[in-house]
Structures are given as C-alpha cells and as structure tokens.
Write a protein that binds this ligand. Sequence first.
Ligand SMILES: CC(C)(COP(=O)(O)OP(=O)(O)OC[C@H]1O[C@@H](n2cnc3c(N)ncnc32)[C@H](O)[C@@H]1OP(=O)(O)O)[C@@H](O)C(=O)NCCC(=O)NCCS
Length: 277
Amino acid sequence: MNSPIDIETADVSYLPDFMALVAEVGWPHKLEDISSLLLLGRPWRALNRESRETIGMAVWWPMGHAFGRVGLVIVSPKCQGCGVGRAMMHKVIEDTGTRTLMLLSTEEGKPLYEKLGFESVGLTQRHQGHYTHSSAIESEIHSAHPRDLSEIVALDANVTGFDRSSMITHMFNTGHTNLLRSHDQITGYAIARPFGLGSVLGPLIARNEDDAEALFTATSGLGMLRIDRLIEAENLGRFLEAKNLPGHEITHSMVRGSPPTARGNSRIFTMAGHAWG
Ligand SMILES: CC(C)(COP(=O)(O)OP(=O)(O)OC[C@H]1O[C@@H](n2cnc3c(N)ncnc32)[C@H](O)[C@@H]1OP(=O)(O)O)[C@@H](O)C(=O)NCCC(=O)NCCS
C-alpha cells in the first residue's frame, strides 16, 4: 500500500464501513454489537487519502477521568504491515490525554501495543460452545431490579478500580442481570446479553469460585454462549469445560500507564468482553 493515509475521528455513520472491516478479519460482532460500541466510545478511522476508502478503525472508551480502554482495532488485511495500525494508535493515545489505557490484545496485536508502551498484566481465555446445561438455581441469587443498578455500578468501580458506569448501564438495559447479596450488600453480579451468534456472560464479579459458579448457572441462557474468563479463575475454567464450553484462544490484558487499584473482597471472574474489560 503506497497511497498516503489520513486518520480522523468517526462516528456511527461509518457503521457499514466498520462492519466491512469486522467481516474482513472474521470477528463475530453483529451490527447491534458494533453500533453500541461506537455510540458509547470515541471512534477513529484510517482512510486512503485519494479514494477516501476506510481501511482501518480503532475505538476508545473513557472510564472516568483517569482511565480508558481501547478496542476494535482493525486494519484491512490488504493494508496491514504498512504502519496504519501504529498511526491510528498514535492518534488514539493523543486523544486520551493523560489517561491510563487498558486493552485485551490478540496475539496479532501484541507486538504493536508493546512498541507503544503497553505491558502485559494478565491473561484471559475465551470459552465458547453450545450451552445446554440448565440446572437448579440457588435460592440466594436474585434477578436484579433497576433500583439495584447504582449499587452494582459502585461494586464494579470498587472491584475494577475504574468507572465504567455508562457501559454497565448499557449492558444492564440490554441483558439480564443476577445478584448475590450478603448482609444486605451486593457482593457479586453477572450479566448475560446478546452478542454475535448467541450471548456473552460477563462481567461476572463474585467473592469466590462457588459464588461465581452459582451466578454463572443462574444467569447463562441456553444456546451459543461466550465467556472471557480470567486465567487465574482456574476452577471456573474446569467448570466451564465440564459444561461443554471449551477454552479457546488466550488474550493479553495490557496496560499503558499506572494500573487501576482494586478494592474490596470481590473480584472479576469473567470480562464484559474485549472492549470493556
Ligand atoms: C493488529 C493490527 C491492527 C496491526 O495493524 P498494522 O497496520 O498491520 O500494524 P503496523 O503496520 O502499524 O505495525 C506496527 C508495528 O507493529 C509490528 N507488528 C504488527 N503486526 C505484527 C505481527 N503480526 N508480528 C510482529 N510485529 C508486528 C510492526 O512490525 C510495526 O513495528 P515497526 O513500526 O517498529 O516496524 C492488524 O494486524 C489487524 O487488524 N489484525 C487483525 C485484527 C486484530 O487482531 N486486531 C488487534 C485487536 S487487539
């Protein structure tokens, strides 16, 4: 690719161009998935200066004033290896100001992010399969009510160390959320929402593996299901394998800047997805 490129901000009106890029790299997102990701984030696009064709995309999401996450970084395969990804990421980093940036990287993206100062801080594994194991739901698990949302957001901010309230609110409104309480306080929650060809189960935050498994069982719908599990949640991994949800590729959690500080007794078991951590 020898033509000059431009990098500029974009918006949801570029949805068809972005869907074409998603299809080119074989990612599973549907139109609704990408549209919500664009609406809640700050999208950038790379274009061929002469033809105006969109050849790359990258999106970042503010998570409070101190943090942000980057995702949907795609360069059209016909333009890869020519500096487009690096040029887009420079614009994104500049746009995010002094924020610490976080992302989940594919093996393919890792060399680029490392060159830009991101460091690997953990691993996540995708589990996926056709889930058919509905079983008895433990009595202490409750379906969340809209009045629980502010407490869920507060728990999430404590556990992650950053504010992703607009993303949690979106997932809460488009999916199904279950809760675990102890002494009248929410100690864990899980959201299942439509994604790709089925649904995704995450975030799942809980105090321990038993609570995580109980929340998983109560919340996951039947059919094609995806879970992005933190690698250290080993028992949950074995539990998912036994439920016909085998582990697939491993991705790197990467951070550029000072990592967030987690607080409290609960922790993350599964991610909301690649974009929102
Ligand atoms: C990952 C991706 C965005 C990189 O974009 P790109 O335009 O091909 O990357 P660039 O040409 O700007 O390369 C940037 C740097 O990373 C290095 N790099 C990029 N891909 C690499 C690879 N697969 N292996 C080793 N190094 C690589 C390049 O050598 C370059 O370093 P240099 O400038 O010092 O020479 C692109 O390959 C892509 O869209 N892949 C499919 C989707 C994907 O996996 N996205 C990442 C999601 S986290």
